[in-house]
Design a protein around this ligand. Structure first.
Ligand code: MEV
Length: 320
């Protein structure tokens, strides 16, 4: 019997990278899904779906991963840990197929969605009845192993859905669902030049070498808290300004590239209330808040976005 799960992707509205160091972040789960299908089997087999994932052809054997192409892909590395997660759920084998219309590592949490979807499917096959929160926790453990450091942001957004405010008190993370139905946003997906792991490491190295970086991360945390109030007050003009300031600090951390910088500049000229990179950076996602979403869509396209999404509602988390 085929068991399937649909796991949503996400955009980070505020706080990426700073969240890795315990500062707060705001994340939106978007209705752009990764579909994972699984069948009980005595071996591990991953079949890739159409479009972007077609680049991959992976057979996961007992101890090895054989990759036909795209060996550096985030997805390949993720799967070695997904395999561990699946095994930790007590399964001896699983045949999995993945369908996604988004490129892997685009900054939309695709890899986290793949992980969440796979854990959901595996847990159903193992008849474990895991809750969305339990799935999120297992998927987060996987991310921590892959990235070295990871916040619960991407995995919890995919598993739980909605708009989430993520903050840390002591060693505990708090995840609060916000009463945000929707925000007028356009998302542009640009070719990503570096992996999330590499970029998280780069920021970590800068933090060790340059004293002021700690203050930059702390300020991103303060911006996120101001943005939380702006969201609660539905003050879109202030929210947009705060997005611009957050982007400036991510740029200061060295996380943008030419395409992203060009898009941000053009989006503001076209009347966006705010624009920022979203996710790990160096390509990947750019988000823009505004009234005239169609003109922002055209700007994203003319700046070279490989995919453009208009957000009209949020997702409700993993369906399984
Ligand atoms: C990646 O989408 C977001 C980062 O903040 C990493 C993380 O939160 O784990 C860069």
């Amino acid at each position: 019997m085929i068991v399937s799960a649909r796991a949503p992707t996400k955009v980070t509205l505020f706080g990426e990278h700073a969240v890795v160091y315990g500062y707060p972040a705001i994340v939106l789960s978007i209705p752009e899904y990764v579909v994972v299908e699984g069948v009980r089997s005595d071996k591990f087999l991953l079949r890739s779906g159409p479009v972007y994932l077609n680049k991959l052809s992976i057979i996961i054997g007992e101890n090895a991963i054989h990759v036909a192409r795209d060996t550096e892909s985030d997805l390949v590395r993720y799967f070695s840990y997904v395999l561990e997660a699946v095994r930790s759920l007590g399964l001896n084998g699983l045949e999995i197929s993945i369908k996604s219309r988004l490129p892997v590592g685009a900054g939309l949490g695709t890899s986290a969605a793949v992980t969440v979807g796979t854990v959901a499917v595996a847990s159903k096959i193992a008849e474990m009845n895991l809750t969305k929160k339990e799935i999120a926790k297992i998927a987060w453990e996987v991310e921590k192993k892959v990235q070295g450091k990871a916040s619960p942001m991407d995995t919890f957004a995919s598993a739980l859905g909605g708009a989430l405010y993520i903050s840390k008190a002591g060693s505990d993370w708090n995840i609060r669902r916000l009463s945000v139905e929707n925000l007028p946003l356009v998302i542009g997906v640009f070719r990503k030049r570096k992996t999330t792991g590499e970029l998280v490491k780069m920021v970590n190295e800068k933090l060790k070498e340059i004293k002021v970086i700690e203050r930059v991360l702390e300020t991103i945390g303060e911006i996120t808290n101001e943005a939380l109030k702006a969201l609660e007050n539905k003050d879109l003009a202030l929210l947009g300004e705060l997005m611009n300031i957050n982007h400036g600090l991510l740029e200061a951390l060295g996380l943008t590239n030419k395409e992203v910088a060009c898009a941000i500049h053009s989006l503001k000229q076209a009347g966006a209330l705010g624009a920022k990179m979203s996710g790990a950076g160096y390509g990947g996602a750019v988000i823009a808040l505004g009234d005239d979403l169609d003109s922002l869509v055209s700007v994203m396209r003319s700046c070279g976005a490989e995919k453009v999404l208009k957000i009209t509602s949020l997702s409700n988390g993993v369906e399984y």
